[in-house]
Structure formats: C-alpha cells, structure tokens
Design a protein around this ligand. Structure first.
Ligand SMILES: *[C@@H]1O[C@H](CO)[C@@H](O)[C@H](O)[C@H]1NC(C)=O
Ligand SMILES: *[C@@H]1O[C@H](CO)[C@@H](O)[C@H](O)[C@H]1NC(C)=O
Ligand SMILES: *[C@@H]1O[C@H](CO)[C@@H](O)[C@H](O)[C@H]1NC(C)=O
Ligand SMILES: *[C@@H]1O[C@H](CO)[C@@H](O)[C@H](O)[C@H]1NC(C)=O
Ligand SMILES: *[C@@H]1O[C@H](CO)[C@@H](O)[C@H](O)[C@H]1NC(C)=O
Ligand SMILES: *[C@@H]1O[C@H](CO)[C@@H](O)[C@H](O)[C@H]1NC(C)=O
Ligand SMILES: [Fe+2]
Length: 621
C-alpha cells in the first residue's frame, strides 16, 4: 500500500515535470518514451509470486554453435492460473533478480526488479486458448548480446507484474564474439571506418581488422575500443531499468583505399594466447575520389526504428514498418553506395538492449555500405544536458549510446555535425539537437561546409538534418504556425540560397513531402519533374517515414508543398554525372518509385546569379 502511494507520487511528479516542460518550452514532443514498447512495462513494480506448479522451459540451451549470432528459441510454459494478460519477458543477463540491483537505483526498492526485459510477448500469442489450458509456447529470436538469457512468466499484466516462474538459461557459444560490423565514411575520402561490438575488453584481447583488396594481399589494422558506463546516462530509464552493459565498441580506420575498389574484411580479436576470434567475412566498395565522375547512388531516410521479426515488443506496433524498409534496402544493396539515416535511429529511448538489436537488424546493410547517421531528438534530448530542446525524448541517453555505437566523421562526436564527400556529392549534415542559429559554432560549420565545395566536380550539394529546418506541412508544424522548426529557415535560408543548395532533406515528421524550389516561402519555379539550369531556390524534402508510426499532414497545404505521401518510404539519389541527378522516393512496402524528379544542369548554371545569391560586384574595371 505504502509502496503504491509512493509510486503514485512518483508518477504525479513525472506528470508535473512533463506538463511544466510542455508549458515552459515552446517546442512540442515532450512526452517521453511512449514510442518504446518496453516502457509500457512497470518492471520496477514487480512482486514475487513464484509458483512450483508453473514452469518455463527454453530450448536449445546452446545457441550459435555454427557461428551464427541470431537464433530462434522455443519457449514452452505452463501456468496453474493462466490469464490473457500473462506475459513472457526475456532477460539478459539471465540473473535478473533484485540481488543484482545497484545500490543507487532510486526507482527500485528491494526486492523489486531493476532491469527491464530485452523483449516481451503475451503468453497467449501462439495459443489463443492459453487462458483455458494454461499451456503455451513462443518462438523467440535471440541475437548475440554478450550475455546469457532467461525467460520469465509474469501474471498481472504489464503494469502490475507478478513473477510466476523463470526458465533455464540459454547462451550463445561465444557471447563475447565480434558482431554487427557497421561501416562509415572517414574524415578523409580514402578512409573507411568499421565499428563493431564485442564482449572483449582490452585486458583480454586486442581488436583487429583483417582486410585487403578483394583477392589481393590482406593486412591487419588495429582498432580503438570505447564503452560507456551507467553514470554517463543522464536519467531514467537509461540510468535505471533500461540500463544494460553496452559491451565494447571497436572502431578501425582502413586507410589509403583505392577509389571504387572492392575490399573484403573481417573483424576480430587477438586473445592473450595469440589465438584469433574472427567474425565472418564481409565486403565493401571503397569511396570514389571527391569529384570523380562515376555512377553514385545514395539512400537517405530518417526515423526508421527497429522491430522484431518474431512479433515481440509490439504492443503499439510503432516501428513495425522498419522491417519493410530494411528489407527493401537489402534488396537494392547492389545498387546502393552509401546510406544516410538522419536521426531517430532505433528509438531505444533509454532501453539500451535495443541498440544491439538495431545493429543486428541493419547488419546486412551497414556491413556492406557506409551507414552514416545524424542525431535526432530520440538520441539526444534531455533536460539540462546541453541539448537545444529540453524534452525527455532520449529516455535519459542524452546522446551517449548513439555517439559511441556509430562512428561519424565529426570533430567532436558529442557535437554531431559533419561534412562528408561521396564522389560528386557533398553532404553537410547538421545536428538539430544543438543550436544552429547565426553566431553559433554550428552555424559557422554549416557555412564552411557549404562554401568549401568545388561545384565543378561536386555539383550535388545536399543539406541533411533531423528536424525540419526548412518546410513541412505536417500537422504538428502547421498547428505551431511555423511549418517547420521555429527559427530553422530564418537562420539558414540565407546560407542555402547563397551557396545554392539544391536539396535539403529532413526526418522527424514521419511522412514524405516535397516542396517546389523555394526561397522565403515563395516558389521560384513552377516546374515539377524536370529541373533545368538555375532554379533559384532549394527543394526541401521530408523523408521521415522509414518506419516509425506515421505523422498526419495538416489540412492546409501551402503552395510550396507539391507532393505529400502519408506512407512509409525512403529516398534514393542517383548522380549519373556532373550534370544529371535523379531523385526518387520509394515505398517501403514494395520498393516501387512513388515520386521522382530530375535535375539537369551545367556548371555555368551554378555560377549564374540567382535571387540574393550574387556576390557584390565592384564598378572598377
Ligand atoms: C491475448 O492477450 C492480450 C493481452 O492481454 C489480449 O489483448 C488479447 O485479446 C489476447 N488474445 C486472445 C486471443 O485472447
Ligand atoms: C538471484 O540472483 C542471485 C545472484 O545472481 C542468485 O544466486 C539467486 O539464486 C537468484 N535468486 C533467484 C530467486 O532467482
Ligand atoms: C498561393 O496560392 C494562392 C491560391 O492558390 C495564391 O492566391 C497565392 O498568391 C499563392 N501565394 C504564393 C506566395 O505564391
Ligand atoms: C549524364 O547522364 C545522363 C543520364 O544518364 C545522360 O543522359 C547524359 O548523356 C550524361 N551526360 C554526359 C555528359 O555524360
Ligand atoms: C509491409 O509491406 C507489406 C507488403 O509487402 C504490407 O502489406 C504491409 O502493410 C507493410 N507493413 C507496414 C507496417 O507498413
Ligand atoms: C533566377 O533568378 C535570376 C536573378 O533574379 C533570374 O534572372 C532568372 O530568370 C531566375 N531563373 C529562374 C529559372 O526563375
Ligand atoms: Fe524525431
């Protein structure tokens, strides 16, 4: 009873905090982590009702004996008092009971549980008659996440969990194995970086990459090792029930690559006895020289998230479509050179187990082409943590997992802005979770990035950011009256115009929208599909529909909004040469092209004056 009162008090306090933030901050999106299925479980309220007549059994007990890092486990269970709100939680490490709670965990009073499951499912999922028969089974996919697993049967639903029975343990043969390599472009065009996760700390092994031109000689390159501790998290749940040891994150720099060459690699560890543990073999194509004229194909989207193929964690189905997007990206991988995922990466929202699961989901893509990320509100935002917005959207992560799990070629990965060249493309990636306004450090970076590109050979200048700094008619932006992030285009319009940015792309609004070439809210061209020569404005694209629950458009459709699609999809930009670019928006459901346009333009068109973009001239002759 007393405990209940306490938790009511905590809830009321939280609610007050949220309301205060909502009223105090001008920005929407302060509700915390409702998008994260695991946040629906009040795990810290668990009480113990272990029952000898209830059983949970998981098989096989040894996983990955053929070197695989993902396997299905059959979980069979019986309960003497079954009910439709019984559920199975998967825990990892397998010893998840209260005795493993850290002392400083204020959310938890013993003997309650202090770690959330890494996934869950209702006990009646495969047997609708479970509540009569009391027997059921689930086929659950586990990935290698460095620890063993156990499966627990709960009654009392998600909000009032009563622990009834715990299974035997299951484990991968080598829980420490190097897994989920992800490539990213380095700071130099001829460097590819590969980042992976393992359970091997520096004291027990040395991280290495073995690599070389396909079919050629191979060499070993060292990797650096990072990790982060619970006390780097800014708040709950990341610091409390959502915390899970992230293991070790290794990054190697493969340097002096030949342009456009096929390389093979594997990541691994040299143990203290000089034996090696290796991942499987992967391959990638190196980057073209900046300005190199060759076919270049880049995929861009935001807000994909993750989902589980076994149907777990789906109480709100928020990111189900991410599986479709992932599937389409894999299908088109041979015709993809690089991927930009511009923020809201996996919506872990403070449940750290989700980062491993996300890197496993994208492994076929990220191990083969550079997977470049930008920072979003769900990675970064937390009150008083230096984020521009004071929302709770990161679930207490305050950027640490994103900045560690993925490499980006930024000066400082905590300030997530960077420039990246891919052949004829120059990408200027902004960080909307830090101030971008005139006079800031980031503004200087953006100007420098836009100004320093030679458009003769890198004509395709693309601005990327998570929140819509340009134009969107999504209802939450329309209601605010700004049709975009307040102060976004006020600050940046000048730069896009001056440096003739062709295309600016955003996520955050979960849908697809394309503007006309626009400057100061006025269309500078009536053309819709075939742009030629100078177009005097920037085409703004929202591509936030890669997987997370869709966002509705406003009934108002401003003139500049020329195509809208309330559906899941992603973008592909294909540069054929210096003067031809193809833009496509594809549906995640089947990969078909739903919207497209072309830009045909010569260098002299970039040099030509456009509105407000001409440097002042002198009368001297
Ligand atoms: C299974 O349990 C869930 C959660 O309590 C419930 O919503 C659903 O209706 C149940 N399914 C069946 C077939 O009874
Ligand atoms: C709780 O965890 C401890 C330490 O891991 C273990 O010794 C103990 O048996 C566990 N208790 C239960 C009830 O599972
Ligand atoms: C937008 O469209 C409306 C009606 O179609 C028109 O009256 C108005 O002048 C247009 N505004 C601009 C800025 O093009
Ligand atoms: C550039 O690519 C386009 C589209 O493939 C093609 O039609 C055009 O001829 C190419 N131009 C040059 C100069 O190669
Ligand atoms: C995924 O794609 C299939 C068609 O391939 C479609 O039927 C389904 O609705 C899509 N799922 C989501 C969540 O959009
Ligand atoms: C772009 O702006 C320039 C300068 O104002 C003007 O001369 C030109 O006609 C415009 N081009 C288009 C396609 O509107
Ligand atoms: Fe977002």
């Amino acid at each position: 009873m007393r405990r209940q009162q306490q938790s009511v008090a905590v809830l009321v306090t939280l609610y007050v905090v949220v309301v205060v933030l909502a009223l105090g901050g001008r920005i929407q999106q302060v509700e915390s982590h409702k998008d994260q299925p695991l946040s629906g479980i009040a795990i810290h309220e668990t009480t113990f009702h272990l029952n000898d007549k209830a059983h949970v059994k998981a098989s096989p007990t040894l996983l990955g004996s053929n070197g695989q890092h993902s396997e299905f486990v059959l979980v069979e269970f019986t309960s003497p008092h079954p009910s439709d709100d019984d559920w199975i939680g998967v825990f990892s490490p397998a010893d998840f009971n209260a005795s493993t709670c850290p002392g400083d965990n204020k959310m938890v009073s013993l003997p309650r549980l202090c770690s959330a499951p890494i996934k869950f499912q209702y006990a009646n999922f495969s047997n609708p008659r479970y509540s009569n028969t009391g027997t059921g089974s689930l086929n659950l996919q586990l990935i290698n996440q460095r620890s063993d697993f156990s499966f627990a049967l709960f009654s009392g639903g998600l909000l009032n969990p009563k622990l009834v029975a715990v299974s035997n343990k299951v484990a991968f043969e080598n829980p420490n194995a190097p897994v989920y390599p992800r490539l990213a472009l380095g700071k130099e065009w001829d460097t590819m970086t590969v980042t992976w996760t393992s359970g091997y700390g520096l004291k027990i092994a040395e991280p290495v990459v073995e690599w070389g031109v396909k079919g050629g000689e191979r060499k070993l390159s060292p990797a650096g090792t990072l990790t982060f501790a619970r006390n780097t998290m800014c708040g709950a749940p990341a610091r409390t029930v959502g915390w899970r040891d992230p293991g070790y994150i290794h990054t190697a720099f493969l340097k002096e690559l030949w342009p456009n060459a096929k390389y093979t690699y594997r990541v691994g560890h040299r143990l203290t006895n000089d034996a090696f543990v290796w991942s499987k073999e992967y391959q990638f194509k190196s980057t073209p020289f900046p300005g190199q004229n060759s076919l270049q194909q880049v995929v861009i989207f935001g807000d994909m998230g993750k989902a589980e193929v076994d149907g777990t964690n789906e109480y709100n189905d928020f990111q189900r479509a991410s599986l479709n997007t992932t599937k389409q990206l894999i299908k088109d991988l041979k015709k993809t050179d690089a991927v930009f995922h511009i923020g809201d990466i996996c919506y872990a929202n403070g449940y750290l187990s989700q980062w491993d699961q996300f890197t496993a989901q994208i492994e076929p893509i990220a191990s083969t082409v550079p997977y470049m990320i930008a920072s979003g509100n769900h990675e970064r935002d937390w009150p008083d943590s230096g984020s521009f917005y004071q929302g709770l959207d990161s679930g207490g992560e305050c950027g640490v997992p994103a900045e560690t799990m993925f490499y980006v070629p930024a000066q400082n990965r905590a300030k997530f802005w960077y420039s990246s060249d891919y052949g004829m493309f120059r990408f200027c990636v902004a960080d909307t979770e830090h101030d971008w306004r005139e006079g800031t450090e980031q503004y200087k970076f953006i100007e420098q990035c836009l100004a320093s590109v030679d458009r003769k050979t890198q004509p395709w200048l693309i601005f990327l950011a998570h929140r819509v700094l340009g134009y969107s008619s999504t209802s939450f932006y329309a209601e605010e009256g700004s049709f975009g992030e307040p102060m976004g285009r006020d600050s940046l319009q000048k730069l896009w115009q001056k440096y003739k940015v062709d295309i600016a792309i955003y996520g955050h609004a979960h849908n697809y929208e394309r503007t006309c070439p626009v400057y100061q809210s006025v269309c500078t061209s009536d053309e819709k599909t075939n742009y030629k020569g100078t177009f005097n404005g920037t085409i703004h694209i929202v591509a936030g529909g890669a997987g997370a629950g869709l966002a509705e458009f406003s009934d108002l459709q401003p003139n500049w909004s020329i195509v809208r699609d309330y559906d899941y999809g992603f973008l592909k930009l294909t540069a054929a040469n210096y003067s031809n670019l193809l833009f496509e928006y594809k549906k995640s459901s089947d990969g078909t092209v739903h919207d497209s346009f072309k830009i045909s333009r010569d260098y002299r068109d970039v040099l030509a004056c456009a509105v407000d973009s001409c440097p002042a001239t002198t009368l001297a002759s």
